[in-house]
Design a binder for this molecule. Structure first.
Ligand code: AMP
Ligand code: ZN
Length: 113
């Protein structure tokens, strides 16, 4: 997707602070952190949102959650963390490339706003 911000970040056309990368996913720091630790996990394949996950492309979602569990073994996550995927305009999805926010380092309220 040539006009997708996150596809451009994956391609290195827009700079980002890389946390982790492999052949399927890219993990980077959110530019406007909503918590002391705020990472974004994205598939390298352009998938529009959680609503566009199918039996054909869902393996990367499992891979992302395995990597979240691995990264969340770090000390900053010991008191708990939150994983969020906003899907669609009403839910606040501003970038239409599937991503999972990993947030930690503060108390989180529930229900989410
Ligand atoms: P959402 O609002 O759920 O679609 O999440 C998009 C996230 O991308 C927001 O938390 C933004 O702060 C973040 N974001 C936007 N542009 C960049 C960028 N260039 N580098 C890193 N994070 C970004
Ligand atoms: Zn994209």
């Amino acid at each position: 997707m040539s006009d997708c911000l996150f596809c451009k970040i994956i391609a290195g056309e827009i700079p980002s602070t890389k946390i982790y990368e492999d052949d399927k996913i890219y993990v980077f720091a959110d530019i406007a952190p909503a918590a002391p630790v705020h990472y974004l996990f994205i598939p390298k394949e352009h998938i529009q949102s959680a609503a566009a996950v199918t039996p054909e492309n869902s393996a990367v979602v499992a891979h992302i959650f395995e990597k979240i569990a691995e990264i969340a073994k770090g000390d900053e996550f010991k008191d708990g963390f939150r994983v969020v995927s906003n899907c669609g305009d009403a839910a606040g999805q501003t970038v239409k490339h599937l991503h999972f926010h990993l947030l930690a380092g503060r108390e989180f309220t529930w229900p989410a706003g």
